[in-house]
Design a binder for this molecule. Sequence first.
Ligand SMILES: Cc1ncc(COP(=O)(O)O)c(C=O)c1O
Length: 392
Amino acid sequence: MNRIFLDNASTTKVDEKVIKAMLPYFNTKFGNASSIHAYGREANEGLEKGRERVASLLKAKPEEIIFTAGGTESDNIAIKGIAYKNKQKRKIKGPHIITCTIEHPAVLEACKHLELQGFSITYLPVDQYGLLDPAELETAIGPNTFLITIIYGNNEIGTIEPVKEISQIAHDHDIIFHTDAVQAVTKEPMDLQKTPIDLLALSAHKIYGPKGIGALFIRKGVKLEPIIHGGGHERGLRSSTYNIPGIVGLGTACALAKERMDSDNIHMKNLRDYLIKELLTVEESYLNGHPIKRLPNNAHFRFSGVEGESLLLSLDEVGIAAATGSACSSKKLAASHVLTAIGLDPVESHGSIRLTVGRNNTKKEIEFVLEELPRIINKLRKISPLWTSQVG
Ligand SMILES: Cc1ncc(COP(=O)(O)O)c(C=O)c1O
């Protein structure tokens, strides 16, 4: 059976060119980049080239990039790092952070952790499309607000937040702005010379790079307190021997994405829009997330009278990989916090599935999905008490 991967927001297949670039750094160029001998220097070249490539994708400076173990670690280093620095620096009472209800757990849990330590956090609501209102955000700013952290593109419903506008508001109020751009990097053009984002998190495995490696952009002059202590790598902000194969992989993935960003995004948008157009003709089907302001790879639906988990399993039986919630929460049966935040009740949340396309998907694959999915929905509805009570 041919399998079709429509779960590209959870992770992506590592590009062959990325694997090829990484391979020598496992055996021939295996040195420790901190060593000064030839092996070390060779590894160090891979490290710095990787840094330049990440910076170039974001239009940032290489010295503004540090490598981490992924998106989660980048978010934690940024949010806790700025929080601890700020607490020390200003010694203000009731230091305040603004975020929103549809953040990834990497941000939400970091904020909850800070809340236990006396920080006060505002979790701003979003509208039915998952959009945050910048005016509402501005009114939430108080005298003790030192950090605003807002997701760039949502990992579940794909909504793209008005991050440029929000970063300008933060800048005007002299507040640090962090964004979790793990899903948005390569899907949205980014120019960090022009946009006043102070901290930005990204992850390699979402952009056809390897797992376990990510980066954090830290604008020149922004000071963080380290949360990992050790040998002092990455300006003391992320100690641990460099993962050179990973860094080379991330750098290569960024360089590739830069080259093919426009064509990849047009390709994904076409497949996504085809899915959306056709699946919205299914009786009682709805699109979750914003109809226009959404990531080019994301299609997220709810189908009345159908249970998402059953849909997922039936799709898997015919070789189609989809997701119900976000990757990290899809094993939990609780309703997704994102779907709850956009106003869905638990039944509607459980009837939702996410299909995320990637650069490797083809129109033929989507045609197969469009044959199978409506058939499966009909089959499930026939045996669903939710559906029969609705139509009966
Ligand atoms: C928006 C967002 N932030 C953070 C993460 C975590 O990234 P990583 O898996 O690299 O830790 C993810 C991964 O699902 C994500 O989608």
